[in-house]
Design a protein around this ligand. Structure first.
Ligand code: 13P
Ligand code: SF4
Length: 352
């Protein structure tokens, strides 16, 4: 039962001491999150993973996050994802094959290696980060996407941004790029469904990917809230649609959302457009300061894949480590790791 599991995790952690560190993303379920040693948004977790001295990095997030931890940690450190099926549906919307095909198709209109910077959102597989490393590109997260686009445009005139069209569009908009100069690349269509002229005119080619959780938030949720609470503030994650971001007062990463509400005046009311576990946690935390934090949608929007890392899997992974056995190790093949690290280190350098 749950109490047993909790005990097992506490005991295994105590037995492992400083040899193991548990990292958890802000969306992690509360019964797992409470065991974390280190928490953060994707950028913070990348930095934390590269800075820990533990032998084992037990990652309570999704697959791409554990890959990043493996790439950025020392070669002798071991990264573990307690349930290997904890993926990210958005990351799955771009594959190396499809990105290579897009690159090849672009070469019929222009010289992509001269003109286009490939930018991958960190929510992507390691081989896509390697693709970016190889082609002069870079990784971004929701907290540094604008800086990364500025860096990209200082080098080449166009960007191929994958897999999240919404983060790409919002960040481009914040840099004053007109919507007409952002074209959606439909990876199921030849030439992304675009004419050569549309490709030549575009500053940003937006991969047609999205997050299944954040697409649930709608402008009418905001409208209803504003009608009921005209004094309230709306804050959203940039994975939400353009219309949702545009109608929000603040837009930013999970860490930005937490910080903004933490620093707000007592007595303020907030509508939050991001994953439910995070919203529930901050609603509870900020209640003591008299702040009211509401979830944006009426349906339950959870990152169900991240929630697969449950206490049972965490206990099982830790107990195996105590017994000297490594289970569910995430090991990025060396050839990909070297190139992906190049793109990740560029990101860490640019967003310092
Ligand atoms: P953050 O980097 O803002 O934590 O976002 C990660 C993520 O996957 C959001 O869906
Ligand atoms: Fe991926 Fe969406 Fe989950 Fe973030 S919330 S990890 S983008 S599925």
């Amino acid at each position: 039962n749950d109490d047993d599991c909790e005990q097992r995790i506490v005991q295994a952690k105590a037995a492992l001491g400083r040899r193991a560190v548990i990292l958890a993303h802000h969306y992690q379920r509360p019964d797992v999150y409470k065991h974390a040693d280190l928490t953060g948004d994707s950028l913070q977790l990348s930095r934390l993973a590269s800075g820990t001295d533990a032998d084992y990095l037990v990652f309570c997030g999704v697959h791409f996050m554990a890959e990043v931890a493996d790439i950025l940690s020392k070669p002798e450190q071991i990264t573990i994802l307690p349930d290997l099926s904890a993926g990210c549906s958005m990351a799955d919307m771009a594959s190396l094959l499809k990105v290579q095909r897009a690159w090849h198709e672009l070469s019929e209109v222009l010289d992509p290696d001269e003109v286009v910077t490939p930018v991958t959102y960190i929510n992507s597989a390691a081989d896509l980060k390697a693709f970016c490393g190889e082609h002069g590109g870079i990784v971004c997260t929701s907290s540094n996407a604008m800086k990364i686009l500025q860096w990209s445009f200082s080098r080449r005139e166009k960007v191929l941004f994958f897999p999240d069209q919404h983060l790409g569009r919002w960040s481009g908009h914040k840099l004053d790029i007109p919507l007409e100069q952002m074209a959606v690349w439909d990876f199921d269509e030849p030439m992304g469904g675009l004419s050569p002229e549309q490709i030549r005119n575009a500053k940003i080619l937006l991969w047609k990917g999205h997050c299944s959780v954040h697409q649930m938030f709608q402008p009418q949720h905001i409208l209803r809230f504003r009608n009921q609470h005209p004094e309230g503030k709306v804050i959203s994650h940039p994975e939400c649609s353009f219309e949702v971001c545009k109608n929000s007062d603040y837009v930013g990463s999970t860490d930005y959302i937490i910080r903004t509400i933490r620093e707000a005046e007592p007595g303020t009311r907030w509508l939050v457009g991001t994953e439910l576990n995070l919203v529930n946690r901050i609603a509870e935390e900020f209640k003591a300061q008299g702040k009211i934090v509401q979830f944006m949608a009426s349906t339950i929007c959870m990152c169900s894949t991240m929630a697969r890392i449950d206490p049972q899997h965490l206990a099982w992974a830790l107990e195996n480590l105590v017994a000297g056995k490594v289970v569910n190790q995430i090991k990025v093949p060396a050839a990909d790791a070297v190139l992906a690290k190049r793109a990740l280190e560029r990101m860490l350098e640019v967003s310092r």
